[in-house]
Ligand binder design. Structure first.
Ligand code: PRP
Length: 210
């Protein structure tokens, strides 16, 4: 898998464009996020290992494949919450580990405020879910936490990334793949992605940015 994979599928791009549109309200925004996440995960999981199994059909034996490892979904609060439901459609048995990170609006540094990971990893693959990778601080911090926890494989799955954030992420974690629907032009002086879609948390939950 290439380090940064942009999912250019027309259905993904169609949904992303509706998400970007400022006329899209919170209800439709949440629906779109739920719909687009399985499509991103479909691409992000191409390298999952499988094992061969044999099952009995009503007509005989069939060789097939079963996913080999347990999966963890790691939505980053708040905005990643909207991706968790869609991701659970792909992996209904996945464990969901919430991480709370917010970006200090002055320093733009990520602040961790919620982490209930158990002492030792209980999953082999973790998919971080967060719509936005802006300065990259939150994504880097999330991977730092998961690596310290000891999970063997981590993939970042998001909607939109900024080139500045990808550069920072790649410098910190060159081994971690990133799967997104778009890489936009730049960050503005408040650390927002341009053109982006605004604040993904506020747009999902109907809260005004201050
Ligand atoms: C947003 C977004 C990411 C982070 C990206 O969350 O969902 O978590 O910012 O920015 P970064 O790459 O510069 O770290 P925010 O801090 O606004 O918190 P929220 O989801 O609770 O609104």
């Amino acid at each position: 898998m290439p380090r940064v994979q942009i999912v250019r599928h027309p259905v993904v791009q169609h949904k992303l464009t509706e998400l970007r549109d400022q006329r899209t309200g919170p209800k439709r925004f949440r629906e779109l996020l739920r719909e687009i996440t399985p499509l991103l995960l479909y691409e992000a999981t191409r390298d999952l290992e499988v094992e061969e199994v044999v099952v009995a059909t009503p007509m005989g034996e069939a060789r097939g494949h079963r996913l080999r490892w347990t999966i963890g979904l790691v939505p980053i609060l708040r905005a990643g919450l909207g991706m968790a439901e869609g991701a659970l459609q792909v992996f209904p048995e996945a464990q969901v580990w919430h991480l709370g990170l917010y970006r200090d609006e002055h320093t733009l540094q990520p602040i961790a405020y919620y982490n209930r990971l158990p002492p030792r990893p209980t999953v082999a693959w973790c998919f971080i879910l967060d719509p936005m990778l802006a300065t990259g601080g939150s994504a880097v911090a999330a991977v730092d936490i998961l690596k310290r926890w000891g999970v063997p494989r981590v993939v970042f799955v998001g909607l939109i990334a900024a080139p500045e954030g990808l550069k920072r992420f790649e410098a910190a974690h060159p081994d971690i793949p990133v799967v997104v629907a778009a890489v936009d032009d730049r960050l503005n002086d408040r650390g927002f992605i341009v053109p982006g879609l605004g604040d993904a948390g506020d747009r999902q939950f109907g809260t005004a940015s201050g």
